[in-house]
Design a protein around this ligand. Structure first.
Ligand code: UDP
Ligand code: MG
Length: 340
């Protein structure tokens, strides 16, 4: 009885929230070739959502300093049954910054993040919206159903990354979760309130809490071009995520230091014991060298880890804006246009 009324009130809240509509944020970096096709699919999606839920949609393309004519194409897209904003950043700031820019410009209640390369199927969005409006979830995130097409080394690296970042964390970051996710109005508002400059969206979106649900899907192949996230960039993003999200590496450093020191102490004791009992001095040059090199190497790594955190503190301290907007155009479903 009690449970029933709780659930129905939740659903009512979500239904009311649906009245504010949905902003679809699409970061685009050199996506000229597939943008028109994607927009076509989004127009259809907006029609379906309006028909089914009375949901008004807005699409925000954030041009992340593309070198091709992505911006020109985006500006020429029609606002057919949806509101359209094109936000062009002053240079390439990276996907996380582009997502932030989209979140800041979103005018509707709920926010959906979606890649501009066709890998995030618009058809899945209906299901995400259903979890929000019908079931009352606040964060509907998607995860790759499997990683069969990725190399063993990459899968191992991913495993290690999540094991480390979630080590001892109160709020676990779900493994394999992507940036394709829907945020209810209150979840989007929470995400906007976070003050940090170093953004790691997957982590932040799980950290804010609320009712979260996972949806597995099979990412489509890229509609055109190649991914910009090569191994180097992924490692960069992982270090970024780790250091802005957890102190696990620092804890790991202390633990390793303690282990090494403990081992050295025991080793010392055993040498002392040997000298006292047998009376013979061990030559010991190789073990000395190995010990020195191990400890020297480990120390350098640990200083590097500490350095990463100091760098993070520095960039938070400088408090620079996350991005700059060079141009912003908008069109409305009813035909109005504005530029500033
Ligand atoms: N992207 C961006 N800025 C960048 C790199 C990528 O806005 O500096 C966008 C890109 O246009 C795409 C999304 O982020 O919409 C995902 O990029 P990509 O497909 O290269 O990455 P992957 O799908 O391999 O993770
Ligand atoms: Mg992609």
């Amino acid at each position: 009885m009690m449970l029933g009324s709780d659930v129905s009130s939740l659903t009512t809240t979500a239904k009311t929230a649906a009245g504010q509509g949905l902003s679809i944020v699409v970061p685009v970096y050199n996506e000229a070739a597939g943008l028109a096709a994607l927009h076509e699919r989004l127009i259809n999606l907006a029609k379906t959502l309006r028909a089914r839920y009375g949901l008004a949609c807005e699409v925000i393309y954030v041009d992340d300093g593309s070198a091709d004519n992505t911006l020109m194409i985006a500006r020429g897209l029609p606002a057919d049954g949806l509101d359209l904003q094109v936000v062009s950043l002053s240079r390439n700031f990276g996907k996380e910054a582009a997502l932030m820019a989209g979140l800041d410009h979103a005018r509707r209640g709920a926010v959906l993040f979606m890649d501009g390369d066709g890998q995030h199927p618009p058809t899945l969005v209906e299901q995400l919206v259903a979890h929000w409006i019908d079931d009352g979830y606040d964060v509907v995130y998607t995860a790759k159903a499997h990683r069969d097409n990725e190399s063993a080394a990459r899968r191992l690296a991913v495993r290690g990354f999540y094991a480390l970042i979630n080590w001892g964390a109160r709020q676990q970051i779900p493994e394999d979760a992507g940036d394709f996710r829907l945020l209810s109005p209150r979840a989007a508002a929470a995400l906007r309130q976070l003050p940090e400059r170093n953004r790691f969206f997957k982590g932040l979106a799980s950290w804010i809490g609320f009712r979260q649900i996972r949806v597995d899907y099979e990412p489509a192949p890229r509609a055109h071009g190649v991914t910009t996230f090569n191994a180097g960039r992924l490692i960069g993003l992982s270090i970024e995520g780790l250091t802005s999200f957890s102190v696990a590496p620092l804890r790991f450093a202390s633990l390793l230091g303690a282990l090494l020191a403990g081992a050295a102490f025991l080793f010392g004791l055993s040498i002392l014991w040997e000298v006292l009992t047998t009376g013979k001095q061990v030559p010991g040059y190789p073990s000395l060298m190995i010990g020195m090199m191990t400890i020297g190497g480990v120390q350098l790594i640990m200083i590097g880890i500490v350095g990463e955190y100091i760098g993070k503190i520095l960039s938070e301290l400088k408090a620079r804006p996350i991005y700059f907007v060079a141009e912003h155009t908008e069109k409305h479903a009813d035909g109005g246009a504005a530029q500033n």
